[in-house]
Design a protein. Sequence first.
Length: 126
Amino acid sequence: MGLKQPSQSLDFLGYTFRYGWDIYGRLQRYWNLEPSRKALARERDALGALITRHQSYTPLPELIGRVNRHLWGWSNYFRLGYPRKAFWQLNASCGIGCGDICDVAVNGAGVRAVGSACMLICNILD
């Protein structure tokens, strides 16, 4: 299975393993692991099911708790390697969904949101 070739990778247990260049620009190659595209797609689908307009009947603190539990579990599993790029992508996709539900709650109730787009729903302050 020639994984030492530049364009080769292996998807296993939700991770993509590849032998690639150093992300900091050094002239070194090393084994890199990051969440696979398939795992990211599944997570976006799962977040989409948690954050829909059909969940607008759910009290906001309960919805925040559900999304927080789900995201904490996912991030704990995929924290190995260099998951930053994958987390940024999830933040962007989560933020689009959160905006539909949280816009009225955040702007109407005078609640402040802190952090990136995904943290809009995950870190609502009183």
